[in-house]
Design a protein around this ligand. Structure first.
Ligand code: AMZ
Length: 239
């Protein structure tokens, strides 16, 4: 299971929010590209970058920072947040993003997932399924669908998505651990790789996740606030 550090960007800085709510910044660090570089030096084999301003609807912000991260690190970067058109997607993939993570666009236009997967290859297209009270949410977690993550998971697998980023918003950023059942339900429903994110707080959490069949785990707050040592977490990474 890949252990993937999160670099979430807001207003050009590396931040960690609580349950994705603007204004709840627990961590604010200048120069996200330096943070990215640090994770690479510490042994990360993948990096998870989210443009939070993009996810909240302001796609133009932080593109320069994304560019600097891509120039700074040589490990593959998966990037999400504000990728709302096929052109955004093409631009970022051509800039060197390894995988794009599509949330709102995939929910609103599932057919684009099919088109983009055939154009760029499934392995470069991930879909974000962010779950709140058992329903998938989008537009920066402010709007709710009527479907569950397993339901959407099956749909996007059929449309050719190469993987899923599953975030349990209910526990995200709370530093109180994660719930395994919603992840197991999704893993049961789909065959494509699932990366888990949300509430991962301790080495025990990472160990438990490594036994679920998840392809990877994204860790944010717990790394920045010293609850998980990245070196220890990397012990669970099998390649
Ligand atoms: O923190 C938030 N409120 C938030 C967040 N981290 N809202 C969306 N996102 C992430 C999703 C996904 O990776 O987990 O942004 C991406 C989706 O963005 P978009 O713009 O495609 O819906």
């Amino acid at each position: 299971m890949f252990v993937i550090p999160a670099v979430d960007i807001k207003n050009g800085k590396c931040v960690q929010l609580v349950q994705g709510k603007p204004g709840t910044e627990q961590v604010v660090i200048e120069n996200p590209e330096k943070v990215a570089e640090k994770w690479e030096k510490e042994g990360a084999s993948l990096l998870h970058v989210i443009n939070l301003d993009g996810a909240f609807g302001d796609a133009g912000t932080n593109l320069d920072v994304v560019g600097s991260i891509l120039e700074t690190v040589s490990i593959p970067v998966q990037l999400g947040g504000g990728i709302r058109t096929k052109e955004d997607c093409a631009k970022l993939l051509n800039m060197g993003v390894n995988k794009v993570i599509l949330g709102t666009m995939a929910i609103e236009h599932p057919e684009y997932v099919e088109e983009l997967s055939s154009e760029f290859g499934s392995e470069r297209i991930m879909v974000a399924l962010d779950s709140k009270d058992s329903k998938v949410v989008f537009k920066g977690w402010t709007e709710k669908t009527k479907k569950t993550a397993p339901e959407f998971g099956k749909l996007f697998e059929e449309k050719g998505a190469g993987g899923i980023l599953f975030t349990n918003v209910d526990v995200e950023g709370l530093m109180e651990g994660f719930k395994v059942e919603p992840l197991l339900e999704l893993l049961e429903a789909v065959n494509i790789p699932v990366v888990y994110s949300g509430g991962v707080t301790s080495n025990e959490d990472v160990e438990k996740l490594s036994k679920t069949g998840a392809y990877g785990v994204v860790i944010g707050s717990a790394l920045y606030r010293g609850k998980i040592s990245f070196k220890n977490a990397l012990k669970y990474e099998k390649q």
